[in-house]
Design a protein around this ligand. Structure first.
Ligand code: ATP
Length: 251
């Protein structure tokens, strides 16, 4: 069915369609559809808009990514199905790899995701041949690539689960996540949590990275300024402000 652009839930319904198509094509796990539902519930509470707090977190995330020596984007089934072209653009702008990392891991699904990202323009996609393990996890999400997540300093990992976020932190990584639930274990463990829908957040990240890169090039901003902006950011405060916004809306 074609969703008319005039439908008030056009963006949300289009995201659902992408997920269902991804599920049919073997990219998305059935459980991923349920996880998306949890996200949608929080998006409803947020009013399905990007908040000023999400914008602040996006700026901090961009500072962190531009200061990183070896960034990487960790991609699961839902993220691959909903945002493959945006992942390719981000990887190009940051000159970094994407790495497939999924909880319900099968070689077939990993290979389909690699192929899907490559088809959408990602030049380097890791994850099909893991040769390292993250400490502290006893499931398939521990598997990673020496050339990617294992030796990275900053990991952008949208829609993560709390255990792996903790394991990435314990391994010394700085973690940026995109998660609509400001109370999830991931949201409170990450260094920078963008509480926004992946669908809105990825284009925002691209826009802000391009803006900062232009200013870096023209001398309007320096790496020192990026460091200062990043150190003035508090993820705890940002999450508290986001929660306050949700509760005030309904009080
Ligand atoms: P945690 O382990 O961090 O407490 P969880 O058990 O809820 O979280 P999962 O079910 O693995 O974790 O992941 C789903 C998370 O992703 C949820 O926090 C959900 O709010 C979020 N999420 C789902 N869909 C989206 C989306 N489109 N954009 C942003 N966040 C989303």
């Amino acid at each position: 069915m074609t969703i008319p652009r005039s439908h008030p839930r056009y963006v949300s319904l289009t995201a659902r369609d992408k997920l269902v198509e991804g599920w049919k094509n073997g990219l998305v796990a059935t459980q991923g559809l349920i996880a998306h539902g949890r996200g949608e519930a929080f998006d409803y509470l947020l009013g399905e808009v990007t908040t000023p707090e999400a914008e602040m977190a996006t700026n901090a995330a961009v500072c962190m990514l531009l200061l990183a020596e070896k960034p990487v984007i960790s991609v699961n089934g839902n993220v691959g199905a909903m945002a493959a072209p945006e992942i390719a653009t981000l990887c190009g702008l940051l000159d970094c790899p994407a790495e497939i990392n999924i909880f319900h891991r099968t070689d077939d699904r990993v290979n389909r995701l690699v192929e899907h990202l490559e088809k959408n323009g990602c030049r380097k996609v890791l994850g099909s041949d893991p040769d390292a393990r993250l400490e502290g996890l006893d499931h398939a999400r521990a598997l990673c690539s020496m050339d990617g997540i294992f030796t990275s300093d900053v990991v952008l990992v949208p829609l993560e689960d709390g255990d792996r976020c903790k394991a990435l932190k314990a391994a010394g990584k700085s973690v940026i996540t995109i998660d609509l639930n400001p109370m999830s274990r991931t949201a409170v463990t990450a260094d920078v949590t963008i509480v926004d829908n992946l669908i809105r957040s990825m284009p925002n990240l691209i826009r802000v990275i391009k803006g900062y890169q232009k200013r870096l090039l023209l001398g309007g901003i320096t790496p020192e300024k990026l460091k200062a902006e990043l150190s003035s950011y508090s993820n705890d405060n940002n999450l508290k402000d986001t929660l306050k916004k949700i509760t005030e809306k309904f009080s």
